[in-house]
Design a protein around this ligand. Structure first.
Ligand code: PHE
Length: 358
């Protein structure tokens, strides 16, 4: 192998060793630069004759072109490698599962509340909201349950460290029943003219306006097990008018239950009971005729004809206004509807449970 061929080989080998563009430029300088081997060989031709210059020059040129070709080839290879590394680093793995957007949903008890509101709205009931921290008068006394009355022990009530106007501490309402008198007062005030006109007409010919409302919301009692929670929900119902009877309670509540549970053959039982604010009073039990709960009596509400003392506390004449009230447990209704056996699951905030209702 002649000197020029081996120079080309050396250049190729050097270029191959260059691992980065900067190494390659250094290697290039050693062969093609101002002080490089090719330049030196060119300079070395000065002493040659014209003919020798021609052939020697041509041979050097061939070597130079071969070295340049090798350089370009290596440059391209390095650039390709660099691009390859970059592409790999920026690569998208199209087989990765997408990032899921987690959809929210209504809490099962909220669903029940919405159902209750929709059904009673369709029967002409107003929907009212009230305070959870209540006065003693609204929670008990106005409901014919005065201080020291034994019926007060029916509910283990939470009290707040602040006294109300009557000197008795506020309570966390143990039921939604305070909304009976609260709403009646608001409603009578709002429709004062109609109520006054009816009251002023001794003949009774002027029809008395009705009060028809449900009041869903949170309630509190010192109670905690699989079917009781210190915070739970109730929905109060009240219908007062000149001639609203227990029969109407039965019709309204039966209609509600059958619509709520989408079960036409659902049977209701009105079991005699006691509440200070209703007389007579009844617990309402329901019985499914099919499905996993068929045949069992399940308690869903307390109810009764509104006590004359409560009607009086509303500012109405109990000789004229009569009607019914009920208080049901939306948590219980939700458990029955979805087959949930532990009330506490509703309030634990466990997504494994809650996401099943979406
Ligand atoms: N407030 C009663 C309770 O919490 C339920 C009820 C409401 C009963 C209205 C009669 C009338 O148990």
């Amino acid at each position: 192998m002649n000197e020029l061929d081996s120079l080309v080989d050396t250049a190729r080998a050097d270029f191959a060793l260059a691992k980065a563009p900067a190494d390659l430029e250094n290697a290039k300088a050693r062969f093609l630069g101002k002080a490089g081997r090719i330049t030196e060989l060119m300079k070395g031709m000065a002493a040659l004759s014209v003919d020798e210059k021609k052939s020697r020059g041509a041979a050097i040129n061939v070597a130079k072109q071969a070295i340049e070709a090798a350089l370009n080839h290596r440059r391209q290879a390095l650039a390709d490698e660099e691009l390859e590394v970059q592409l790999r680093a920026e690569a998208l793995d199209v087989t990765l599962p997408g990032r899921r957007r987690v959809g929210g949903g209504l809490h099962p008890v909220s669903r029940t509340m919405e159902r209750i509101e929709a059904i009673f709205s369709s029967m002409g009931f107003d929907v009212a909201d009230g305070p959870e921290v209540e006065s003693d008068w609204h929670s008990f006394t106005s409901l014919n349950n005065p201080p020291n009355h034994p019926a007060r022990s029916m509910q283990d009530t939470f009290y707040v460290d602040i006294d109300g106007e009557d000197g008795i501490p506020y309570n966390l309402r143990p039921h939604t029943s305070p909304m009976q008198v609260r709403y009646a007062h608001q409603h009578i005030k709002k429709h004062a003219a109609a109520f006054e006109a009816a009251a002023a007409d001794a003949t009774g010919a002027t029809r008395a306006p009705e009060i028809r409302v449900i009041a869903p919301g949170r309630t509190y009692r010192v109670d905690s097990d699989a079917t009781h929670s210190p915070m739970f929900h109730q929905c109060e119902g009240l219908w007062l008018g000149e001639n609203v009877s227990f029969k109407d309670l039965k019709v309204v509540f039966t209609d509600f239950c059958r619509t709520f549970f989408e079960s036409d053959d659902l049977v209701l039982r009105f079991r005699p009971s006691f509440f200070p604010f209703t007389e007579p009073s009844a617990e309402i039990d329901i019985q499914f005729q099919s499905g996993p709960l068929a045949g069992r009596w399940l308690e869903v509400a307390g109810s009764g004809q509104v006590h004359p003392n409560v009607v009086r506390n509303m500012g109405l004449d109990p000789e004229r206004y009569i009607g019914f009230a009920f208080g049901m447990g939306p948590d219980r209704l939700t458990m029955l509807r979805y087959g949930v056996n532990d009330l506490r699951l509703f309030f634990d905030g466990d997504l494994r449970f809650l996401s099943q209702f979406q």
